[in-house]
Write a protein that binds this ligand. Structure first.
Ligand code: ACO
Length: 332
C-alpha cells in the first residue's frame, strides 16, 4: 500500500432528462422488452439532446462534485476525463471542461479505455495524489454513447445510454483509507470484437465510411461476453485474495453495468451477498465510463450505504480489451 493514499472526497453526476424505454426501442428495431430484460437487465436509458456534446455532461457532473465538497474550480490541479466519445478529437474534453469550469490552475487529459475508462482514470489520478505532487485531482467518466450507436442495429442500440459522473480525489486524512490497491489489464487481441472501424487515422471519414456505417460501435456480443464474464470475475476475486480479504469483508461491490448476467457472475465468484451489489443497469443501461461513478453516487451519496472503514470493490471490463478492479476503504 502506498504511504499516502488518495480518497474520494466528493461525487457528482449528470444524467440527461430524455429517456428511451424498451417500449420505445420496440418501435425502432425488431426487439422486445422481454429479450432486453432477460439478456441484459436493461429497462430504459437516457439520451443527451442533439447539439450537446460530452463536455456539457462532464462539466455538470464536475460542478456538482465540487459544490458538494465546497471546493472552487481554481483549486483543482488536474482534470482527467475517461471517455471514448469526446466532443471532438482535439482539444481534449478535459480542456473543454477546464474552460467551462474556470479551473484556471489545472492541467489535464482524456483517457481512452472503453468501459474501463473510469477505473483507469481513477487509479491514474490516485497515483498523482500518492506521489505528493498534486493536492486535488478531478476524475470524470463521461460518455455520449448515443453519438456512436446505430439505432437500426438491434444488437447494439438497446445496450447503451448517456451519462457522466465525477469524483474529487485528495490525500486521505488518515493512513489506511481511500484507494488501497488495484489490478489493471489490457489485451489488444480483443479489439476485433469491439471497436469503431472508421474515423481514426487508419480509416479517415469518407462518404464511403459513412455509407457503410463504419462510425458506429461494432460489437460481437457473444465473444465479448465470454471474455468479460471470466476476466471481470477473475480480477474481482484476485483483488480480494491479494489483500487477504473475502467477499464477506466487502460492504459494496460496484461493478461496471454492461450486463446483469456478468455482474451476477462476478459477485457469485467473489462470494458476495447479492444485497451488497450495486445495480442500476435497469435505469441507465451501459453508460461506458460513467457507470461506476453513477453507482457510487446512488449508493454512497443518495442511499448512504457505506460508513467509515467499509471496503468497496469496483470492477470493470471494456473495449480493448481493458479490465480491472480497485479496492477502496471508505473514509468519511
Ligand atoms: N432483440 C432481440 N433479439 C436480439 C437483439 C435484440 N435487441 N439483439 C440480438 N438479438 C438476437 C441475435 O440476433 C441472436 O439471434 P440468432 O440466434 O438468431 O442469431 C440472439 O438474439 C442471440 O444473440 P447473442 O448475441 O448470442 O445474445 P447474448 O445472449 O450473447 O446477448 C449481449 C447479447 C447482451 C450483447 C451480450 O452478449 C453481452 O452483454 N455481451 C457483453 C457486452 C459487454 O460487456 N461489452 C463491454 C463493454 S462495452 C464498451 O467497452 C464500449
Amino acid at each position: 500500500m502506498p504511504v499516502q493514499t488518495a480518497y474520494i472526497r466528493s461525487v457528482g453526476r449528470f444524467v440527461p432528462e430524455r429517456k428511451l424505454t424498451n417500449q420505445d426501442m420496440e418501435k425502432m428495431v425488431d426487439t422486445n422488452d422481454e429479450w432486453i430484460v432477460s439478456r441484459t437487465g436493461i429497462r430504459e436509458r437516457h439520451i443527451l439532446d442533439k447539439g450537446l456534446g460530452n463536455s456539457h455532461m462532464a462539466t455538470r457532473a464536475a460542478r456538482e462534485c465540487l459544490e458538494r465538497a465546497g471546493v472552487g474550480a481554481d483549486e483543482l490541479d488536474v482534470i482527467i476525463v475517461g471517455t471514448v466519445t469526446p466532443d471532438m478529437f482535439f482539444p481534449s474534453t478535459a480542456c473543454l471542461v477546464q474552460k467551462d469550469l474556470g479551473a484556471r490552475n489545472a492541467w489535464g487529459f482524456d483517457l481512452s479505455a472503453g468501459c474501463s475508462g473510469f477505473i483507469f482514470s481513477l487509479t491514474t489520478g490516485a497515483q498523482m495524489i500518492e506521489s505528493g505532487r498534486y493536492k486535488r485531482v478531478l476524475v470524470i467518466g463521461s460518455d455520449v454513447m448515443s453519438s456512436i450507436i446505430d439505432y437500426e442495429d438491434r444488437n447494439t442500440c438497446v445496450l447503451f445510454g448517456d451519462a457522466a459522473g465525477a469524483v474529487l480525489l485528495e490525500a486521505s486524512p488518515e493512513p489506511g483509507y481511500g484507494i488501497l490497491d488495484f489490478i489493471q489489464r489490457i489485451d489488444g487481441a480483443g479489439g476485433e470484437f469491439l471497436h469503431m472501424k472508421a474515423g481514426g487515422s487508419l480509416r479517415p471519414s469518407t462518404l464511403e465510411t459513412v455509407q457503410n456505417k463504419e462510425h458506429y460501435v461494432h460489437q460481437e456480443g457473444r465473444q465479448v461476453f465470454k471474455f468479460a464474464v471470466t476476466e471481470m470475475a477473475n480480477v474481482s476475486v484476485r483483488i480480494l485474495e491479494k489483500n487477504g480479504l473475502t467477499g464477506e469483508d466487502v460492504t459494496l461491490f460496484v461493478p461496471h453495468q454492461a450486463n446483469l448476467r456478468i455482474i451476477e457472475a462476478s459477485a457469485n465468484r467473489m462470494g458476495i451477498d447479492p444485497g451488497k451489489v450495486v445495480i442500476n443497469i435497469d435505469r441507465y443501461a451501459n453508460t461506458t465510463a460513467a457507470t461506476i461513478p453513477l453507482c457510487l453516487y446512488e449508493s454512497i451519496v443518495e442511499q448512504k450505504r457505506v460508513k467509515k472503514g467499509d471496503y468497496i470493490v469496483m470492477s470493470a471490463f471494456g473495449a480493448g480489451f481493458t479490465w480491472g478492479s480497485i479496492l477502496m476503504r471508505w473514509w468519511e
